[in-house]
Unconditional design. Sequence first.
Length: 220
Amino acid sequence: MSEPASLLEGINARIAQAAKIARRDVSEITLIAVSKTHPVERIAPLIAAGQRVFGENRVQEAQEKWPALRDANPDIALHLIGQLQSNKADEAVALFDCIHSLDRSSLVAALAKAMDKAGRQVPCFVQVNIGAEEQKGGCAIADLPTLLAEARAANIPLAGLMCVPPFGIEPAPFFALLDKLAEDHGLAGRSMGMSDDFETAIMLGATHVRVGSALFGARG
């Protein structure tokens, strides 16, 4: 077994174990392999090993890397997990199968317009600034009801909520809060948990975990 295949098998085993402990069906949990900054040569072995959902941070980088890979593997799903500028909405809607960083009214308008123009509905997670950090993207918790209402009024399909907890602090309370917010607003998805804490996130309701360094090693 190749190293990428072995790493993937190990991550999937940990996801399955966490789901078992949480008494959840592992099929409810999607592993997003975060391939940002990694070249095609490092992504291809994971595809060969069976991974089909990948995450990128930047529209331009994804445009450069993924068309050929997806031509050869049309069943791949590509998720945008980084911040999205409104002027990149058209490209994002054309390229990605899911967007995890809807966080402001101007982006609701831009994405709705792009989806209407493309005739393509792309599910979106609303990113919540769960730790109220000034330097981070995401909608303030107090503004979440308004933003969700705007997205629904614009016919943007809502996949759920997404968060990145503050670095260096126990993440469990933040995951629990996102889970409660999603439940309160009738949203099924919770995009939360990364390489260092995805098992905790699964225990607290994650449906999508974003794992990069544990699969790819240090960023390229």
